[in-house]
Design a protein around this ligand. Structure first.
Ligand code: G4P
Length: 531
């Protein structure tokens, strides 16, 4: 029997970040293929079918065929127990997508080789930087014509401000893609057709010093290009330094093609070699160590209304330390109570499995009778610490909400406050007035539909949303130092407050943010709120 320590140490928990269509789903499928979780690539998360299977949680998801929630996948590979946190994209991008990153110990960034860094990657990357977690880059779609490799790396360094260290180097792209050069082993791994990744590719490793063999394998021109690129690269790229990788300052980069299953296992092996075991987490009693502390976890996401008939909610928890045993009581620190977590389950892409035990690094979903909030701590009954809270992330879309039937004010306020408490939306008021006017802010526009749908269906309240032109919101970090009504901003700036009374500023464009900071000496504006 393996010990708790062994179980925790073999866990690796990471999120995949990318812009939609870069190949996140395809790469995940290939990981699962290597882990033996599926037999044939494509059978797990074939978009249309699997998404419907997961998504009957909420009518709105079914209607649109998309998944509002992010899911977790667990698989075994080479003795590791791997948890992948999916970060949903497109219109289903929401604050939950950001929060998911608070539960991961590292991130895999998938970039389309023909496009470079794109908008959604940029947004998610910021959260990874805030947490200083390691980021591993997979440059995908090398079987299609790609940007120049040096340009791609330059793009990552300039756009994201992180140094890159290629672990391998592509030989050509598109029709001329011949494979990758492994910088450590100094050999070429040749690309062969894998019939869309459904069978193992034949890889041949040859030394770059074997000039004749290299030419016959990749062709004369590609061989010459490769040799000169290697020379350039060895002179120009950052030295590999595992401490820098672990600190999130240097991203190791691999190239490949998820669709044709080339370079995926190479990447997975490098990744597992370099990423961390479950990380400790700060609490008000200091760092909580995954192995030396008893069971503890924090809530990073609340999924409401999976079953409309019961109005139930599921709280997703990241286990930070120890072993979770479903038969034992735990302390809910913020609620001040001990309780048994009911119906603990592992939420997979297309199924939910009741589980009796789990370990530091794992993610579990538990039935929530309405007692948990995002950021809450659960721990062993004898412990009393609380983990650091989860930040609130800046919404990018704003609307004024009006209830159509003024008689239903109470239900309206109750509903909107409850939905805000679950973290699906943020609510603000005009700085100087009462609750009469409510402004809603969301990270992804779909949340507006979710709000409207839920108020109608659960609270029997019809609302009208009137879009506002603001795109940026900023918290005032040093609010004590300013007389808020007297702050001078640009003419389009709006002052609001959140439900706790904190002042915030709304802006139409980023230029106005700069102007406002300039006009109010010493003003510190932030994109995340720690309280
Ligand atoms: P996402 O989860 O990041 O949104 O991307 P996803 O894996 O769904 O991939 C988006 C599209 O890109 C898919 O094509 C997929 O087959 C393709 N793709 C992924 N990896 C590669 C690759 O390495 N090379 C090439 N050439 N294509 C790749 P689709 O036509 O939109 O969907 P489908 O009909 O193939 O499912």
């Amino acid at each position: 029997m393996s010990s708790i320590k062994d179980e925790i140490n073999r866990r690796r928990t990471f999120a995949i970040i990318s812009h939609p269509d870069a190949g996140k789903t395809t790469l995940t499928e290939k990981f699962l293929l290597y882990g033996g979780a599926i037999n044939l690539a494509g059978s797990v998360k074939g978009k249309a079918t699997a998404r419907h299977a997961v998504s009957d949680w909420m009518e709105i998801e079914k209607q649109r065929g998309i998944s509002v929630t992010s899911s977790v996948l667990q698989f075994e590979y080479d003795g590791f127990c791997i948890n992948i946190l999916d970060t949903p994209g497109h219109q289903d991008f929401s604050e939950d997508t950001y929060r998911t990153l608070m539960a991961a110990d590292s991130a895999v960034m998938v970039i389309d080789g023909s496009k470079g860094v794109e908008a959604q990657t940029r947004k998610l990357f910021k959260v990874c930087v805030m947490r200083h977690i390691p980021i591993f880059t997979f440059i995908n779609k090398m079987d299609r014509d790609a940007m120049d490799t040096f340009e791609l790396l330059d793009d990552i360094e300039k756009e994201l401000g992180i140094a890159t260290c290629p672990l391998n180097w592509p030989i050509g792209s598109g029709k001329n893609f011949k494979g990758v050069y492994d910088r450590e082993k100094k050999c070429v791994i040749s690309y062969s057709d894998t019939e869309k990744g459904t069978k193992e590719g034949k890889t041949e490793e040859i030394s770059v010093d074997d000039g004749e063999k290299l030419k016959s394998l990749v062709g004369e021109e590609a061989a010459e290009n490769l040799l000169s690129e290697i020379e350039l690269l060895d002179g120009a790229s950052a030295e590999f330094d595992l401490d820098e990788v672990r600190a999130g300052n240097l991203t190791p980069v691999c190239f490949g093609s998820a669709l044709t299953n080339f370079g995926v296992e190479i990447f997975l092996k490098h990744f597992l070699n370099m990423t961390t075991t479950p990380l400790p987490r700060m609490s008000d009693s200091g760092l909580i160590d995954p192995v030396n502390n008893d069971f503890s976890a924090f809530v990073f996401k609340i999924q409401a209304n999976m079953n409309k008939a019961h109005r139930d909610r599921v709280a997703f928890m990241r286990i930070v330390s120890g072993k979770f045993d479903a038969t034992k009581e735990v302390r809910h620190v913020q609620g001040g109570k001990t309780l048994r977590l009911s119906q603990p389950q592992q939420i997979m892409a297309d199924e939910r499995k009741i589980l009796s035990e789990a370990y530091g690094g794992d993610i579990i979903g538990v039935f929530d009778p309405g007692i948990f909030s995002i950021g809450d701590t659960v721990c062993a009954p004898a412990d009393k610490f609380a983990f650091e809270g989860i930040p609130t992330f800046a919404p990018e879309h704003f609307a004024r909400v009006r209830q159509l039937d003024t008689m239903k004010r109470k239900q309206f306020v109750k509903g909107i406050e409850q939905i805000a408490q679950e973290g699906a939306i943020q609510i603000f008021q005009e700085y100087n007035t009462g609750l009469e006017e409510i402004i809603v802010g969301v990270v992804g526009v779909l949340q507006f539909d979710v709000l409207k749908y839920r108020l109608e269906n659960e609270y029997n309240v019809d609302i009208k949303l009137e879009n506002l032109p603001y795109e940026h919101i900023r918290w005032i970090e040093n609010k004590e130092q300013f007389d808020i009504p007297k702050l001078t901003g640009t003419s389009d700036m709006k002052k609001v407050k959140d439900m706790k009374g904190n002042p915030l500023l709304l802006f139409v464009n980023s230029w106005s943010i700069g102007m406002t900071v300039e006009r109010n000496k010493g003003l510190i504006l932030t994109e995340f709120s720690k309280n």
